[in-house]
Design a protein around this ligand. Structure first.
Ligand SMILES: Nc1ncnc2c1ncn2[C@@H]1O[C@H](COP(=O)(O)OP(=O)(O)OP(=O)(O)O)[C@@H](O)[C@H]1O
Length: 216
């Protein structure tokens, strides 16, 4: 599902001053393409991703998913859109420490789609295998390396087969070997499965797999 953004503005209030972070941002994001959002620290990469992910509200502007104007929706409708169409991967993994790998991966899927636990587990095993981490299915996050935790974070994001995949600094805490594995996975997954991939990264690691680089 394509995304279209028109005249997007977002500011924060800081010490009674208005800090304009996103100013008149316009863009179209298409299926099977990877978009890399770059810019120095504080330029607004995370802010832009959070607006596209419908996690924060813009000051003004329009966001369409396909033909649907999602920026005007209620919080509840946005939540539903996000659950059904979007997978989000965070820099610091955001795994639940009290759940093992497989339960972390299936949690949102079971809750949102009323799948049986058995069906969800079979799906989770497939996705964990794609990320070469199925052997850790019963491990807890504290027993995993950063690279392994991030692969679980990706598995959790893609188990619903979302059409839009958002990755906020997905490799910033990882070594070169783990970074390469994740870059190759995202490259393949988005390009071969018709996904819109939107990645923020402050280094050049994703430059080669990006179809377009957006400098903030
Ligand atoms: N909730 C907030 N309230 C006030 N200011 C904020 C808030 N969130 C972000 N900012 C400010 O907005 C600017 C952009 O922040 P953002 O996190 O989007 O940048 P970034 O490019 O992702 O930075 P980094 O690479 O360091 O993560 C920064 O100056 C930040 O201090």
């Amino acid at each position: 599902m394509n995304i279209k953004i028109e005249k997007l503005y977002k500011s924060y209030k800081k010490n009674n001053m208005k800090l304009e972070v996103i100013k008149d941002f316009n863009h179209e994001f298409q299926e099977s393409k990877i978009y890399l959002i770059k810019g120095q620290s504080g330029k607004g990469k995370s802010t832009l991703l959070s607006l596209i992910a419908l996690l924060h509200k813009e000051d003004s502007g329009k966001i369409y998913f396909g033909d649907t104007l999602v920026s005007e929706m209620s919080l509840e409708e946005k939540c539903k859109m996000r659950r059904e169409h979007m997978g989000i991967v965070f820099q610091d993994y955001n795994l639940l420490g009290g759940l093992n790998v497989i339960d972390n991966v299936i949690l949102t899927d079971v809750c949102s789609k009323n799948l049986t636990k058995e069906d969800a587990m079979n799906k989770a095993l497939e996705v964990l295998a794609m990320l070469q981490i199925e052997d850790k299915k019963y491990a807890y996050p504290r027993e995993l390396s950063g690279g392994e935790q991030q692969r679980v974070g990706i598995a959790r994001a893609i188990i619903k087969n979302p059409s839009i995949c958002i990755y906020d600094e997905p490799i910033s805490n990882l070594d070169e070997e783990n970074s390469k594995l994740i870059i190759n996975f995202i490259d393949d997954y988005c390009h071969k499965n018709g996904k819109v991939g939107i990645i923020s990264c402050h280094t050049n690691h994703f430059d080669k797999c990006a179809d377009e680089i957006i400098n903030l």
